[in-house]
Design a protein around this ligand. Structure first.
Ligand code: NAP
Length: 251
């Protein structure tokens, strides 16, 4: 069995990725922030597929927690073949660019950007030391290039993940480690639950996405499995849009 660490795997997209990986033969470290019951549900789904699941509570925005997460992941499975940086948060309040606070900016940068940056650094060091031809996948967003003026802090963190992916891809290729950015579009999870009516209209009536449906965590999971199972062996630093075609410009 190969081993994967998926951050924020208790709910939503992270859970979808963890279950898809289990179906593809990965044991999974299920990281979560606070929702133990949800993490246990993810673990049950993984175990039903014949894979092992280990739960680790850790705040990816906290340096000590990140170090413990990496340590416990290696204690559990001996090695890591795949890191999926998925954990992320939206601003607590969608505030206009001229009103939004530094507090919200710092929170989002800490969890969405600094966390994955230094978690990737730590896992990559271990992969290099172990000679593991590993893979690193970061879940950014269509917000990496779409300006939403009521959540600028979120957009900035997701754009930053794009450069993070390029940097680690360039640095790690010589070690046989490939690095990818997956950009989900509008995916049905708790994060988008609060704006469901708005997106129902945009997707189903207005046709904002050429493929007129909500995305699912399983859609993102399948893209990650394609990377994890080495279906893209001569690619690195690549962006994969999982967005129903949102990124297309049509006229
Ligand atoms: P979600 O339903 O709100 O789930 C968030 C997950 O991240 C939960 O498992 C949560 O753990 C965990 N988490 C939150 N803060 C954390 C922290 N500080 N440390 C560790 N884990 C933490 O979100 P989602 O919609 O699945 O989003 C997952 C990722 O996809 C995020 O990076 C998000 O920005 C990105 N994304 C989402 C969409 C979308 O439409 N939903 C679109 C594009 C990109 P607990 O259960 O313990 O709280």
């Amino acid at each position: 069995m190969s081993a994967a660490l998926v951050t924020g795997a208790s709910r939503g997209i992270g859970r979808g990725i963890a279950i898809a990986l289990a179906g593809a033969g990965f044991d999974v470290v299920v990281n979560y922030a606070s929702n133990l019951a949800a993490a246990e549900d993810t673990a049950k789904e993984i175990e039903k597929l014949g894979a092992r699941a280990v739960l680790v509570r850790a705040d990816v925005g906290d340096a000590e927690d990140r170090a413990r997460l990496v340590h416990e992941a290696h204690e559990a499975f001996g090695t890591l073949d795949l890191l999926v940086n998925n954990a992320g948060v939206a601003p607590s309040v969608r505030a206009d660019l001229l009103e939004a606070t530094e507090e919200s900016f710092d929170r989002l940068v800490g969890i969405n950007l600094k966390g994955p940056y230094f978690l990737t650094q730590q896992v990559a060091r271990r992969m290099v030391d172990a000679g593991t031809a590993g893979k690193i996948v970061t879940i950014s967003s269509m917000s990496a290039y779409t300006a939403s003026v009521n959540r600028g802090d979120y957009c900035v963190t997701k754009a930053g993940l794009g450069m993070m992916t390029k940097l680690f891809a360039a640095r790690l290729a010589e070690h046989g480690i490939t690095v990818f950015e997956v950009r989900p579009g509008i995916i049905a999870t708790d994060m988008t639950g609060a704006v469901q009516a708005k997106y129902d209209k945009l997707i189903l009536s207005d046709g904002i996405t050429p493929i007129r449906r909500w995305g699912t965590p399983g859609d993102v999971g399948r893209a990650v499995v394609a990377i994890a199972t080495d279906l893209l062996p001569f690619s690195t630093g690549q962006v994969i849009d999982v967005d129903g075609g949102f990124h297309l410009r049509t006229l």
